[in-house]
Design a protein around this ligand. Structure first.
Ligand SMILES: [Ca+2]
Ligand SMILES: [Ca+2]
Ligand SMILES: [Ca+2]
Length: 498
């Protein structure tokens, strides 16, 4: 048995740290059964060229260890956390489009399977993109496994993509052993972050996402993942969300409705008066565009919260602002108001303008009369708001402060099925405080809003004293509250809800 050394940038024959191979694949090719390959911190790619089919190929009875500084004399001296050792499929031009189909491959046959003695330990596998159309090129962006059951220990699969098994794909009797292995931020365009293999809690069935390509990972009713998981396999929320299709995480998604986050791009020209209309109402200075809409199912006691709202907009004057708006104070005029129009309420404010607003509608086209405008003068930092249908409401950045504070709760009207996000705009405050509507055409920029509409969780979790989930405390809630969540039999209507 020999130790073969690999260190990024070296040009040796692998006999020692100071004579290390620079190429991991060269070391694997040279390795004999029983050998160990020690790899120093750094980034290693399957090819120095642009061949997408190149892949690090595991071998029977060869153990590959990462996480070395490049001076160690015993394997237990390595420090994986300090010495990040990365197997990267990032080849060609920057970006995932032309990256390796499989960063790592483990393939055997029925007669000569690759077994548990093939070990990969102490690496991050990243940047693979199995988006091909030939053979297995659509399977296993991070790692493709066929007729093989290697041991994967201390591995992080991160930012890999594939059609099937975006991070890890197993077929032909493969049953890898996974120890201390993390899956995070991987994606799959059709089936599964992890596909195949004998994992407890995994499924090969279509998880029935609403729209995986559109990042809408809610489960349709009938999904095999609903209430099918084992929370003992649950390492952390981040992993679970990244897992996506592994059933234990889907149990979280389906049973607790945590992860129904929707991401919406709100262009600065989004005219809130166009909510529910086929074209935005014509205005002086440009009507802008229809506001983006999110469709959902009507239900009692749903809550809208925003996980994150980012971006910068410009209203057509040399002044940019974030979601909470900008100071448009005119001390001579005090509060201002935007009028109601076509059944959509205006808004009353003071001090600031140009902020993100929303409005809930049912399935009908809004018509006059509009509900009374809400007055936010001096009250932009409310904790909870219950807008009516057609009643436009201030959102800003969704926090009680600007960039900090509590997450603001918006109680969804019971009959609402649509949420529109957009803006008010106009040329300026008139002598009466009214801002005539218009001038959307010169607005630039956009906000990215990430939000979720979910059942009011407090009534769903009577055993728990945990407050409403907020992104900053979700991990704590999971740690503290999961037992309560899982000891409670989920109501059927929770599971059926998308
Ligand atoms: Ca690339
Ligand atoms: Ca404007
Ligand atoms: Ca705010």
């Amino acid at each position: 048995m020999a130790i073969i050394y690999v260190k990024s940038g070296s040009t040796g024959n692998g006999s020692a740290w100071n004579n290390a191979y620079g190429s991991l694949q060269s070391a694997i090719t040279a390795a004999q059964a029983g050998d160990e390959i020690w790899v120093a911190a750094g980034t290693y790619k399957p090819t120095t060229g642009t061949d997408r089919t190149a892949s690090f190929t595991l071998k029977n009875n060869v153990a590959i260890y990462g996480g070395f500084a490049g001076t160690e004399t015993a394997r237990n001296q390595r420090n994986i956390a300090t010495n990040a050792t990365i197997l990267s499929g990032e080849i060609g031009i920057a970006g995932i489009a032309d990256n390796s189909y499989h960063v790592v491959s483990a393939t055997g046959t029925i007669s000569t399977p690759l077994g548990n003695s093939s070990i990969l330990d102490g690496f991050t596998i990243t940047g693979g993109n199995a988006n091909g159309t030939t053979g297995n090129q659509d399977d296993g962006g991070g790692m493709y496994v066929s007729g093989a059951s290697p041991t994967l220990r201390n591995i992080t699969f991160r930012d890999n993509n594939g059609v099937n098994g975006g991070a890890l794909y197993n077929e032909s009797g493969s049953n890898p052993v996974l120890i201390d292995t993390v899956f995070e931020y991987n994606t799959a365009t059709t089936n599964s972050i992890i596909q195949g293999g004998g994992f407890t809690g995994a499924t090969d069935n279509n998880p029935l996402f609403v729209n995986a390509k559109g990042d809408d990972l809610r489960l349709k009713s009938g999904s095999p993942a609903l209430d099918a998981g084992d929370y003992n396999l649950f390492y952390s929320l981040r992993n679970a969300l990244a897992f996506g299709v592994i059933t234990f995480s889907l149990t979280i998604l389906g049973g607790n409705n945590f992860a129904q986050a929707v991401t919406m791009n709100v262009n600065a020209q989004s005219n809130i008066y166009g909510a529910g209309q086929s074209i935005p109402p014509s205005q002086v200075g440009g009507a802008g565009i229809l506001p983006p809409v999110y469709n959902f199912s009507a239900a009692a006691k749903q809550v809208l919260t925003f996980s994150q709202i980012t971006g910068i907009i410009n209203y057509g004057v040399p002044l940019s602002n974030g979601p909470d708006g900008a100071d448009i104070r005119d001390v001579t005029k005090g509060a201002y108001f935007y009028p109601s129009l076509n059944g959509i309420s205006g808004i009353i404010g003071e001090g600031i303008g140009r902020y993100l607003v929303g409005v809930f509608l049912d399935n009908s086209t809004p018509t006059s009369p509009a509900p009374n405008p809400l007055n936010f003068s001096g009250n932009y930092n409310f904790k909870e708001l219950s807008p009516l249908l057609k009643q436009t409401f201030f959102i800003g950045d969704g926090l009680t402060g600007t960039g900090f504070g509590d997450i603001q709760k918006f109680n969804v009207p019971e009959k609402a099925t649509r949420l529109f996000l957009g803006f008010f705009d106009g040329p300026g405050v008139s002598s009466t405080g009214e801002i005539p509507v218009g001038f959307y055409g010169d607005n630039t920029g956009s906000f990215i809003a990430e939000f979720q509409i979910q059942p009011s969780p407090i009534s769903d979790i009577p055993e728990s004293t945990t407050p409403i989930p907020e992104p900053s405390t979700i991990l704590g809630i999971v740690t503290l509250g999961l037992g309560a969540l899982f000891s409670k039999k989920h109501k059927q209507d929770d599971n059926a809800r998308n």
